[in-house]
Design a binder for this molecule. Structure first.
Ligand code: SF4
Length: 98
């Protein structure tokens, strides 16, 4: 293998190796849109004082932990894995977006 072919192979292999984990990550991300809404009566929700409609300025849509997209009514929160939270909801762990 000549130096040019080896360099070309290493470059192509590196690009491919970098692309595979990124694509695997993107396709393996869970879709929270399909997750059921948090049950406000669940132990986790009660412990975090989760409410379906929070006070103005302290709703999930304004929380740094909320990962829902703008314009959607629900999104994910790491405090409630496997569930969606309403954009208008709130809890005691609210952290204002900076
Ligand atoms: S931490 Fe609380 S306020 Fe923030 S997104 Fe999660 S449920 Fe909503």
């Amino acid at each position: 293998m000549t130096d040019i072919n080896r360099r070309k192979f290493v470059t192509m292999f590196s690009a491919g190796a970098a692309a595979i984990p990124l694509s695997a990550l993107i396709t393996s991300l869970p879709s929270h849109a399909a997750d059921p809404l948090v049950d406000a009566a669940s132990a986790q929700a009660v412990a975090l004082q989760y409410v379906d409609v929070g006070p103005e300025g302290k709703m999930c849509i304004s929380c740094a932990l909320y990962t829902g997209e703008a314009g959607t009514s629900v999104g994910a929160c790491p405090l409630f894995p496997g569930s969606s939270v309403a954009a208008e909801a709130s809890c005691s762990a609210f952290v204002a977006k900076s």
